[in-house]
Write a protein that binds this ligand. Sequence first.
Ligand SMILES: Nc1ncnc2c1ncn2[C@@H]1O[C@H](COP(=O)(O)OP(=O)(O)OP(=O)(O)O)[C@@H](O)[C@H]1O
Ligand SMILES: [Mg+2]
Length: 279
Amino acid sequence: MAADRGSVEAVSCTGLAHAFGETRAVDGLDLAVREGEVFGLLGPNGAGKTTAIRCITTLLPVPAGMVRVFGHDAAKERMAVRRLLGYVPQQLSADSALTGRENVALFARVFDVPRRERAARVTQALAAVGLADAADRLAGTYSGGMVRRLELAQALVSAPRLLILDEPTIGLDPIARTGVWEHINAVRAATGMTVLVTTHYMDEADQYCDRVGLMHRGRVRALGTPAALRRGLAERRGADRLPTLEDVFRDVAGSGLDDHSGGGFRDVRSTRRTAHRVG
Ligand SMILES: Nc1ncnc2c1ncn2[C@@H]1O[C@H](COP(=O)(O)OP(=O)(O)OP(=O)(O)O)[C@@H](O)[C@H]1O
Ligand SMILES: [Mg+2]
């Protein structure tokens, strides 16, 4: 089997396609995330980021193309793939009627953390995101930043080699956003975990991502380190100041108000709901 440590990519998608009826949400996506890097998947509403991520996590099937996670085929080896990853979905996943500790313990069971290790691993995951003191309070009493950190603990409890975060900092204040990233980076430093993240905050992508892929209409249209993408745009434009990553984003995705980009009512509604529930 091609799987396991070494030169194998953490995530590799080739020609991935996924449609909802007539909507080709992901349309021939090629993507390679290297082991140990923080890779940012950027793109306007409706670009297909969440759909691609749900294929990578095996929550959606792979109708066309190939998805591998550390060499394991996401279509044929779903359990093997699931054991390797932790996932913070775009929609909130914490249960407000449970305590923080109960929420994380639930994920420990679902993700097959050995029974003997569970209690210690739950405590460790909560401590890693700075929630040790609040662990036994109901999640319904948490602030937005605490809820997002709780979800991070849920995703970390299985000690994943690949952490996938879909807009982990949406709706958070600047201090809470930094807090989420500091916790992610501390775990990375300790474990060498790979991170695949989506965000609409370009400053965040610029600061924390080793490489970014700009997705538009179901495909990656620009790829590289934030610095290289910014320099590339400067060279094309001959601008006197170095463009920001936001300039690169606008260059690739246009105004983002294009009707055909796919970001419709469903996207706005789901983003609002997320922002409301976190905020
Ligand atoms: N369950 C679904 N049923 C029908 N259409 C869907 C479904 N999920 C996504 N879509 C459509 O697929 C396209 C891509 O959506 P997706 O959620 O992957 O985009 P995204 O890049 O994650 O956007 P956002 O930045 O708003 O989260 C959109 O046109 C969306 O309306
Ligand atoms: Mg999304």
